[in-house]
Ligand binder design. Structure first.
Ligand SMILES: Nc1ccn([C@@H]2O[C@H](COP(=O)(O)OP(=O)(O)OP(=O)(O)O)[C@@H](O)[C@H]2O)c(=O)n1
Ligand SMILES: C[C@](O)(CO)[C@H](O)COP(=O)(O)O
Length: 231
C-alpha cells in the first residue's frame, strides 16, 4: 500500500512540442480557458489522495506562471532535461524529503488535458495493490500494418495483447527513481516510466483507461481535446 505521506504527482512539462510546431510550447496553449498544463495538474490535484505535485519545466521556459499551489495543494517546480525521462527523474529528485521510498508517484504528461477522476481512482487502487506499479492503457483496436520506408505494406501484425500506454503511470518513488537512473547509465531512452521499470524485471499492471485521455501531439489533437473538454 502507499505510505502515510500520501501520493504525489509528477508532471513532465519541459518539452518543446516539435511535432506540434508553433512558437508557444503546446503545454501553454489554452483550451476551455486554461493552458493544457493547468488541466493536467488540476485533474490530479483534485483527487483527495494526491498531496502535491512537482512540475518539470525547460531551463529556458519564460512562460511558467510561477504557481506555488493549485487546488489548495503544494506545487513545486524543477528544471527538466533533454528527454522526457530526464525531466521525470529531475522531478522525482525534487520531491519533498518526507515522501517515502514506497509512496506512490503518479507521472502524467502536461500534454494530456482530459484526465478523468474515475481513471485516477482506478489507477491508484491498482498500483496500491500491485508491487510493480500500474499504468493507464488502452487496448489496440485497429488492424496493424508493418510498412517499408515508402509506406508500402510489408505485413499485417497481430494485435493480440497490444496496448497503447497512457498516463498517469503510478510507481513507488524509490523503485522508479532507480529504474530511470539505470536507464540513463545504460544509455537507453525510455519513452515511459513502465519501460524503465520493465528493464528492471518489473511487470506493471495495465489499467484500462478512457480512450479520450489523449496526448496533444499535433494541432488536430488540440481541436479534438477542445471538443472533448466541452462535453
Ligand atoms: N525533454 C522533455 C520532453 C518532453 N517532456 C514532456 O513530456 C510530455 C510528453 O511528451 P511529448 O508529447 O513528446 O512532448 P514534446 O517533447 O514537447 O513533443 P515533441 O516530441 O513533438 O517535441 C509533455 O508534457 C512534454 O512537455 C518533458 O518534460 N521533457
Ligand atoms: C508517456 C507517453 O505519453 C505514453 O504514451 C508517451 O510514451 C510519450 O511519448 P513521446 O515519444 O514523448 O510522445
Amino acid at each position: 500500500m502507499a505510505g502515510a505521506h500520501g501520493i504525489w504527482a509528477v508532471i513532465p512539462a519541459a518539452g518543446s512540442g516539435k511535432r506540434f510546431g508553433g512558437e508557444v510550447p503546446k503545454q501553454y496553449l489554452e483550451i476551455a480557458g486554461r493552458p493544457l498544463i493547468a488541466h493536467a495538474l488540476d485533474a490530479l490535484l483534485a483527487h483527495p489522495a494526491v498531496e502535491g505535485a512537482v512540475v518539470a519545466i525547460a531551463a529556458n521556459d519564460e512562460r511558467w506562471p510561477g504557481w506555488t499551489s493549485r487546488c489548495g495543494k503544494l506545487l513545486l517546480r524543477c528544471t527538466g532535461g533533454a528527454e522526457r525521462a530526464d525531466s521525470v527523474l529531475a522531478a522525482l529528485r525534487a520531491l519533498p524529503a518526507a515522501v517515502a521510498g514506497d509512496d506512490l508517484v503518479l507521472v502524467h504528461d502536461a500534454a494530456r488535458p482530459n484526465l478523468r477522476q474515475d481513471d485516477i481512482a482506478r489507477l491508484i487502487a491498482a498500483a496500491s495493490q500491485h508491487p510493480d506499479g500500474a499504468l493507464l492503457a488502452a487496448p489496440v483496436r485497429d488492424t496493424l500494418k508493418r510498412a517499408d520506408a515508402h509506406a508500402c505494406v510489408l505485413a499485417t501484425a497481430p494485435r493480440d495483447g497490444l496496448w497503447r500506454a497512457l498516463t498517469p503511470q503510478a510507481f513507488r518513488r524509490a523503485a522508479l527513481t532507480s529504474a530511470l537512473e539505470r536507464a540513463r547509465v545504460d544509455g537507453v531512452v525510455v519513452t515511459d516510466e513502465a519501460m524503465a521499470m520493465e528493464r528492471m524485471g518489473a511487470k506493471p499492471m495495465l489499467v484500462e483507461g478512457r480512450e479520450d485521455n489523449l496526448k496533444v501531439t499535433t494541432p488536430a489533437d488540440l481541436a479534438l481535446a477542445t471538443y472533448l473538454l466541452s462535453l
